[in-house]
Design a protein around this ligand. Structure first.
Ligand SMILES: NC(=O)c1ccc[n+]([C@@H]2O[C@H](COP(=O)([O-])OP(=O)(O)OC[C@H]3O[C@@H](n4cnc5c(N)ncnc54)[C@H](OP(=O)(O)O)[C@@H]3O)[C@@H](O)[C@H]2O)c1
Length: 245
């Protein structure tokens, strides 16, 4: 499927800062009709509301809360593109006494949050003539980074679920994107200890481009492209292979 942003209505979780904010602004600049800003704190998107007026609408959600996600979906029945961007990272290696707690926290937001969003939006997206679900995974979905090993595990599980969504939703006509950024200059990259990071706009631009080309895997930035160079054959010949039977 090939989807243009122009005149589309999108939902972006975590639209208030970092990559989510950049996706919001790039979608609007590319002609999106409307972007629902799905955020925990409605005050955090006042500036975006002032800048874009009625082309944006703030809706409260905590992706740890299944009922809140279902409520979000009810308030956004015209969604055509859903970006599951909200995510969290804790620094914890395998020896860290807090690793179990970190994994449970990250799994709840990064992995179960994805499943909750996907299940809430499937009935809405399958009714649209053109629809897409964009999942923010990571290079850490493919390679475990030992200093944030639990985050990596949560993103590997999210990537696995994203592959399942792609196959299950093929019959519903929903395009699924698995986005795998390397370090991107946001609060999260600082938390992860990266000094060098590409700007968030490269991720947003990569999503717009991949929606238009129908690509499943998106490797938008400098480090991501290094991963893609060696991962490409496995991605296309194994992950994206047509299911047997
Ligand atoms: N930055 C990177 O280097 C990088 C690389 C690869 C993948 N990613 C992924 O890209 C996505 C965005 O990352 P980022 O760098 O922009 O992170 P960020 O700057 O830390 O922002 C995280 C966003 O997620 C929201 N969020 C966190 N927990 C939430 C919850 N329970 N319910 C609703 N919203 C919640 C935050 O809202 P609040 O403001 O309310 O906290 C914030 O808007 C994440 O999924 C991340 O794993 C990031």
């Amino acid at each position: 499927m090939n989807i243009e942003i122009k005149n589309k209505t999108a939902v972006v979780t975590g639209a208030n800062r970092g990559i989510g904010r950049s996706i919001t602004e790039i979608f609007l600049q590319a002609g999106a009709k409307k972007v629902y800003l799905a955020v925990r704190d409605l005050d955090s998107v006042k500036e975006l509301e002032e800048k874009y007026g009625n082309r944006v609408a703030a809706v409260q959600v905590d992706v740890a809360d299944k009922a809140a996600i279902q409520n979000l979906a009810k308030q956004t029945p015209d969604a055509e593109i859903v970006v599951n961007n909200a995510g969290v990272l804790k620094q914890a290696d395998a020896n860290d006494p807090n690793a179990e707690e970190a994994l449970a926290y990250e799994f709840n937001i990064n992995t179960l949050g994805l499943l909750r969003m996907a299940q809430a939006y499937q009935p809405i997206l399958k009714k649209q003539p053109e629809a897409a679900f964009v999942q923010l995974n990571s290079v850490a979905s493919i390679k475990n980074f030992a200093s944030f090993t639990t985050y990596s595990a949560s993103k590997a599980a999210a990537y696995s679920l994203t592959q399942g969504l792609r196959e299950t939703w093929a019959n519903d006509g929903i395009q699924v994107l698995s986005v795998h950024p390397g370090p991107i200059a946001t609060d999260m990259a600082k938390q992860a200890g990266f000094d060098e990071a590409d700007p968030a706009d490269v991720v947003a631009d990569g999503i717009v481009e991949s929606l238009a080309t129908g690509a499943f895997h998106v490797f938008p930035d400098t480090m991501a492209k290094q991963f893609e160079a060696v991962y490409h054959d496995y991605a296309t010949q194994v992950i994206e292979a047509e299911p047997e039977g």
